[in-house]
Design a protein around this ligand. Structure first.
Ligand code: GDP
Ligand code: MG
Length: 693
């Protein structure tokens, strides 16, 4: 049998232009997700056999430009340049034509053939506008196809166009309309191009594109120069060229270049967009007049958050309980299958217990991701970021930072950290990732509920919890402010988020997004949690205490705790914990909490098992409340320490990976948080002790 010819196709386009929807329609279930080597950005690939060809598609991360500010953009850009796909499909959200065409102006600088896909023409039509496809194709010199991706309209046209572009060898040297930067700039880019072509590292890039990027200050591209051999020559020329351009236009080179690209996009829009005269009611405009209103914006945002959590808790609760029962059932079954002994204990208590504890949150996350996806896909989240930008920028953060912080609060810092990928600048991303673990996640909530339950009258408990939330926000924003005015000085990225028109999201799209994010968490956290669970089990189970027949089961368990590695570590670390009002037992619980914060509760449970001997079987919080080694002040100090000290191991690992494996940032997070926790607890405890006397 004859083997099919392969065609490599990459989908490139702005975020939310419908790239993934098109990719899914093109490839169906024939796709898989991997990672780009070395970084955590996802790589989605799929294929389709069509007219005797095997067409391989890659769904690149969304990007606004090739000047690559975010990791996503860098990945997409490098793919286009280094992997040299046969064809690039540029998806365009036609309701935001001008902004989407900006990327196109840069794509034309690369040497790959382009097919332009005008998506969302249904919405454009409802706004009373149509695009003249033929005029567009003539003007730009590329095939142009109109689609309504979510209804699979135009998808086959894309396939036909790929095949005909591929077969027509002449078109492989597409003559595409490029932005004319004018003689003055061209003179300078020619000089730079000449130097670039002599440089072995840089000559693999399209020369004109790189020359323009240099003038445009593409940040990660300028870094390339340091690796090259005629570096000083290029840098000198670059400086001269920039000065020359500035002199001529009275305007910096990068501004001039951006202006010309937009000018090009604008003129295309003017020519190809036609009004149909059947302008329907501008629903988007009407909704926006409320949602973006100076006074109503924030209250509406709070209301939306409330709806998301109400939805999550209402529907997730039964599922969480079901999950709990499921894990209990598995524990029972596995325990009955294995002989009693260390292997049974490791698997049942260590692995299933530990993993179950953490994965108990999984259904809750799915529901929350569903609700959040709804507001994202509908177009509201872009507005929320817009509304929140004013507040966030006071602390050196970007409007888009609120979503990761929210995810950290109501789910887990891991999802929060992963979701910072939507931020465009490295600096904004770092700050947001750094503060995400200081929010009160679901796991910390269980610890606080226990301690607050033990030391505060029922009347005050909710109030104290609110205070804790407030405190966590103050701490996180304080750290953000500190970082942004010291190590990460600089402005938060200019707010360029576009406001897409409102859509009614499709159930399939929402489910897909929910599943993608949910499983991302499982994949990232899964292995680490299994490993941490085993480790915790080992340090509590070994070395074995001698069996004493006179002791009750609980007394024996408590003896084991003291005897174990964890118990011994607690004893050794006692001097470190004493000045903040904690004994060896609490030290052990806090150390165990590094595995996962809810482990603090289970560790305290094990430690207090001894008092159960009375036969009263008091709840843990009452045992703590009755313990003379605790006090109100010690309870408060414990809460504060828990709030600030080292984030759980999964968050730390994910943080490390997402910073590009930076040991510097890892050290700052781990040592910085624990040291501050100790200092703050010390101050609170010592002042509190003084006041009591
Ligand atoms: P991506 O970020 O470029 O991958 O965009 P998605 O494929 O996730 O699409 C963003 C949103 O637009 C989703 O809610 C889609 O269902 C919706 N969408 C995609 N194409 C169309 C279209 O042609 N018309 C309409 N009305 N909605 C679309
Ligand atoms: Mg996508």
């Amino acid at each position: 049998m004859q083997k099919n010819i392969k065609i490599k196709v990459a989908l490139a386009g702005n975020p939310n232009s419908g790239k993934s929807t098109i990719f899914n329609s093109l490839t169906g279930s024939n796709q898989h997700v991997g990672n780009y080597p070395g970084i955590t950005v996802e790589k989605k690939e799929g294929s389709k056999s069509y007219k005797g060809y095997d067409i391989n598609f890659v769904d690149l991360p969304g990007m606004y430009s090739l000047s690559a500010f975010s990791d996503d953009e860098i990945v997409a850009r490098d793919f286009l340049i280094k992997e040299k796909p046969d064809i690039v499909i540029n998806t365009i959200d036609t309701t935001n034509l001008e902004r989407n065409l900006y990327l196109f102006t840069q794509l034309t600088e690369l040497s790959v053939p382009i097919i332009m896909v005008l998506n969302m023409v249904d919405i454009l039509r409802s706004q009373g506008k149509v695009i003249d496809k033929k005029a567009m194709s003539d003007l730009l010199g590329v095939p142009v196809i109109a689609t309504v991706a979510n209804r699979k309209i135009g998808i086959d046209d894309i396939l036909d166009s790929i095949v005909s572009l591929f077969e027509n060898k002449k078109l492989k040297h597409q003559i595409r309309a490029k932005v004319d930067f004018g003689d003055v700039i061209k003179e300078q880019t020619d000089k730079l191009e000449d130097l670039i072509s002599k440089n072995p590292t840089l000559s693999i890039f399209p020369g004109r594109w790189l020359a323009i990027e240099f003038l445009d200050n593409g940040p990660s591209i300028l870094e390339l120069i340091s690796e090259t051999n005629n570096k000083s020559e290029i840098l000198t020329q670059l400086k001269k060229s920039k000065e020359h351009i500035k002199e001529h236009f009275g305007e910096k080179a990068d501004k001039e270049i951006v202006d010309r690209r937009y000018g090009f996009a604008k003129s295309i829009v003017k020519t190809v967009v036609k009004k149909t005269g059947q302008n329907k009611v501008d629903i988007t405009g009407i909704i926006d007049s409320f949602v973006l209103n100076k006074y109503l914006g924030i209250p509406i945002f709070i209301l939306v958050m409330y709806v998301i959590f109400k939805f999550t808790f209402t529907f997730a609760d039964p599922m969480v309980n079901l999950f709990g029962l499921l894990f209990k059932w598995i524990e029972g079954v596995v325990a009955s299958l294995l002989p009693i002994g260390p292997v049974q204990s490791l698997i049942v208590k260590g692995i299933i217990g530990g993993v179950g504890g953490v994965f108990g949150f999984f259904p809750m996350m799915l529901f929350m991701f569903f609700a959040i996806a709804f507001f994202e896909d509908s177009g509201y989240m872009a507005r929320a970021a817009f509304v929140m930008d004013k507040v966030m920028s006071r602390f050196g953060l970007h409007g888009k930072s609120f979503l990761p912080l929210m995810l950290s609060t109501y789910g887990c810092a891991v999802t929060g950290i992963l979701s910072t990928r939507t931020l465009d600048s490295k600096r904004d991303r770092l700050i947001t990732m750094f503060i995400a673990p200081f929010m009160i996640c679901g796991a910390k909530l269980t610890v606080f509920a226990l301690i607050i339950g033990a030391f505060f009258h029922a009347k005050y408990q909710t109030g104290i919890m609110v205070v804790m939330y407030f405190l966590s926000i103050v701490i996180a924003l304080g750290i953000a402010k500190l970082l942004s005015s010291t190590v990460l000085k600089g402005e938060a990225a200019y707010f360029v988020i576009e406001l897409p028109p409102y859509h009614i999201p499709t159930i399939k799209g929402l489910l897909l997004k929910m599943w993608e994010r949910g499983t991302l968490y499982v994949r990232k956290a899964g292995t680490t949690i299994v490993f941490a669970s085993i480790l915790i089990w080992v340090i509590f189970a070994y070395p074995k205490a001698p069996i004493n027949e006179n002791l009750s089961k609980n007394e024996q368990a408590a003896l084991q705790t003291q005897y174990s590695f964890a118990g011994r570590a607690g004893k050794i670390l006692e001097p470190f914990f004493k000045p903040i009002g904690m004994d060896g037992n609490r030290a052990v619980a806090l150390i165990a909490g590094f595995a996962a914060k809810e482990v603090i509760v289970s560790a305290l449970g094990t430690i207090y098992a001894i008092e159960d001997d009375s036969g009263e079987n008091l709840p843990l919080k009452e045992k703590i409340a009755n313990d003379k080694d605790w006090s109100f002040l010690k309870g408060i100090t414990f809460l504060i320490f828990c709030l600030i000290y080292i984030p759980c191991v999964v968050s730390v690992i994910v943080f490390f990976k997402e910073t590009g494996s930076s040991y510097k940032w890892l050290a700052l997070l781990v040592i910085g948080s624990t040291a501050s926790a100790w200092i703050v607890s010390f101050i609170v405890f010592q002042i509190g002790t003084l006041l009591k006397h």
